[in-house]
Design a protein around this ligand. Sequence first.
Ligand code: NAP
Length: 320
Amino acid sequence: MKPKIFITRKLPEEMVAPFREKYDVRMWDAEDAAVKRYVLLEEVKEAEVLWSVVSDAIDREVFETAKKLKIVANMAVGYNNVDIEAAKEHGVIVTNTPDVLTETTADLAFALLLATARRLYHAEEELRSGGWTSWSPMGYTGMDVGGATIGIIGMGRIGEAVARRATGFNMRILYHNRNRKPAAEEAYGAEYADMDTLLKEADFVVVLAPHTPETVGLIGERELALMKKTASIINVARGGIIDEQALYKALKNDVIWAAGLDVFETEPVPLNNPLLTLPNVTALPHIGSASIRTRIGMMELNAKAIHAVLEGREPENRVV
Ligand code: NAP
């Protein structure tokens, strides 16, 4: 019997073809839907490889069911969808896809920052719906980005790529991590700040820390209240790091200016999420890494890791 690989989303055939000769490749192939839970649990029973995506809950039950599993290759840099403790206990390797998506995700963070500052979503919607009736001196006015202060929470790979972009906009750069990064301070003129100082002084707060028990709810009512009334918050990291209820209230009551969100507590976002009713929210469907080249690059990293493990070699980008 050939070793079995289960892939939870339909991938381009050229990514999968190299595995077909030696392995029994099974793939959830619905174009528009995530794998059904019962299918995942059935398929992993015999699988040695689980090639997963960010929306799959690879939890303890999966590891308990998957008795032959050697590797979870997760198509994301964040791996909060995988129960890492359970993986360790079951001796399963977990790999992710760092670096290759850094620049693409930083582009999206900056796109959201600009869109939020200049109210692009609201303005375009007005135009398309016939609401643009005349040029008006103060119509659709927003905030300047050039020369403003950006506050990056999570100055890692993507955070630094955002900081590099911010230098081109002549921005003052504040950042907060658990550890200082002298090299980033040197390279981008970034200033280390504690959370409260960053929140008080930044015109744009950009969240790029991973989703961990420590960062869930990191930005709540108290933190939003510290921000300037004219400031925006951008989340390209993970839903749940900003408390959505608190964010809704802050946006609705003009505690802050606007939010740009690529990620949400529940994804896909239910259409009754109140944030979607606000004109000062720019919302995107988790597309941080979604350029053609980057998504292919992420799959290539997954494929490399899978080949390595199946051939008994140590994979790159091992998380555990
Ligand atoms: P990274 O290089 O590991 O950077 C994460 C940074 O966050 C580190 O500098 C870390 O520094 C900091 N951090 C960790 N815990 C923190 C805390 N409690 N408070 C403040 N800072 C903290 O990761 P990356 O490659 O830049 O990716 C960052 C995140 O972006 C990923 O985890 C992923 O969830 C998200 N992402 C989203 C998309 C998307 O499609 N929207 C795409 C790619 C990535 P310290 O350890 O010093 O605290």
